[in-house]
Design a protein around this ligand. Structure first.
Ligand SMILES: [Zn+2]
Length: 454
């Protein structure tokens, strides 16, 4: 990794999309960073005399805050990416079977490749919602990559059809306590450990209450999968969670498709937050048109983050593509072009997403006093031109492929389109593909390609 310069200056940016309190978009902008904190964001002429240990030329570049991915199962999936046809049945059962076959070394290399892909497209913070099996092994990948992660152990204490290991309730509680105690605050605070009971359907009320209590007592957070109330009778899942007393501002509900009006109101009233994964929904036929409630959640004041799920769910981790989806599917579904404008989509991946993930005071904006997580897009590319509004072009015209530079905590981890923390990306890919071949062989899971490969 490039050594952290004590001070860093990015000067003459064509635009800085700050997502600050005033939502300033500054042309010919300069950003100054000291000891990992943003110390100035102004027109270049105002900061011309400010010295720095390293100066980055921002001409023909657009700066944004680093993106936050609120739901990315990073473990294992890169090893067997694309293994499933779109109409696969029992996908999760196969996912967890393959994941349980993975070794610590294999999880390290798949995680490092996942982080490389993620950082190269501008995401600087992720929530891995409980799939990591060998957190100590993967910490080395997080340390190398320099990004931020919310991690934890997902636990269940009820029989399930998806091959999730079932714990005794007391053992599941112990596992959550241990993972929070051993992981929270590691790597200079870039690692946060959350409690991660898998879902209401496979966790007892006692386990969910314990997960919430641990999050409260340790000032961390809790996340769980939330399936919505489609096709269910009786009290909605959100009502059941509220009645158990496990909703609150430190609780992040992921997916949340098919919420009723009452469920939206309960989430808003309790201060719980939401992560939505539109690319997983569209690929799996989840029905955003019928079941997506993002506009209502935002209208109710709920903080929502975006997620990509695993690379065998939506099959990519590029949040710019997810922003574009968020900014278009509701317009199409409801015939209303006012829904989820590109500015809102950017907020979901930055400022609002940071609030949803409990880091709204430190991340999510290029703003004085926040940690210096910054992305620079190279706009000297046809898809970025003509460039009159960098927000519209970012969301509707570009992708994460045009990321040039990524800074986390003031450290440059992607430099001129290259990940500085991986010496030989191809050697890493070969390690991951070897792991994939072994996992496929060990589990016997394979699916024929639709077209013959000869
Ligand atoms: Zn998930």
């Amino acid at each position: 990794m490039t050594a952290a310069a004590t001070t860093l200056k990015i000067e003459h940016l064509e635009f800085a999309v700050t997502v600050d309190a005033g939502r300033r978009v500054i042309s010919d902008a300069t950003i100054h960073v000291a000891d990992g904190v943003i110390t100035a964001v102004e027109k270049s002429e105002a900061l011309v005399d400010l010295p720095a240990d390293r100066v980055i030329d921002g001409r023909r570049k657009v700066a944004t805050p680093g993106f936050l991915n609120g739901h990315l199962h990073i473990s294992y999936a890169h090893a067997v990416r694309g293994i499933f046809p779109d109409d696969v049945q029992d996908r999760l059962a196969q996912v967890f079977l393959m994941q349980s076959a993975m070794t610590a070394e294999e999880e390290y290399v798949t995680t490092l490749l996942g982080l490389t892909e993620m950082l190269l497209t501008g995401t600087t913070t992720l929530v891995d919602p409980g799939t990591t099996r060998f957190p100590e092994a993967t910490l080395a990948a997080y340390e190398a990559a320099g990004c931020r992660v919310m991690i934890g152990e997902h636990v269940t204490d009820r029989a399930n059809a998806v091959n999730l290991p079932v714990y005794e309730t007391a053992d599941a509680i112990g596992a959550m306590q241990r993972s929070v105690a051993s992981l929270d605050g590691r790597l200079d605070g870039r690692v946060r450990a959350w409690t991660m009971p898998f879902s209401l359907q496979v966790c007892s009320g006692e386990l969910l209450q314990a997960a919430k209590a641990i999050a409260d007592e340790t000032a961390t957070m809790m996340t769980l999968h939330h399936g919505g109330s489609m096709g269910r009778s009786g009290p909605s899942p959100t009502r059941q969670l509220a009645d158990l007393g496990v909703l609150g501002p430190n609780v992040v509900l992921s997916h949340c498709m098919g919420l009723s009006d009452e469920e939206v109101r309960i989430i808003a009233d309790t201060g719980a937050t939401v992560v939505m994964c539109p690319s997983t929904v569209t690929k799996s036929g989840g029905g955003i048109a019928e079941h997506g409630r993002l506009p209502e959640l935002l209208e109710a004041g709920v903080a929502v983050a975006l997620g990509t799920d695993s690379v065998n769910s939506s099959n990519f981790t590029d949040l710019v593509r997810v922003m574009q989806l968020a900014a278009t599917v509701y317009k199409d579904a409801r015939g209303d072009t006012r829904l989820v404008p590109p500015e809102t989509a950017v907020e979901l991946a930055t400022r609002t997403g940071a609030a949803a993930l409990g880091v709204g005071d430190r991340l999510g904006a290029v703003e004085v006093g926040r940690r210096a997580d910054i992305v620079l897009f190279d706009t000297a590319r046809p898809q970025w031109r003509g460039l009159t509004d960098p927000v519209r072009n970012l969301v509707h015209s570009s992708s994460g492929d045009s990321v040039d530079t990524v800074i986390v905590d003031g450290r440059v981890v992607v430099d001129a389109g290259r990940a500085t923390f991986v010496e030989d990306v191809w050697a890493l890919i070969e390690d991951v593909e070897r792991a994939g071949a072994r996992i496929r062989h060990a589990t016997g899971i394979s699916h024929p390609t639709s077209w013959p490969i000869i």
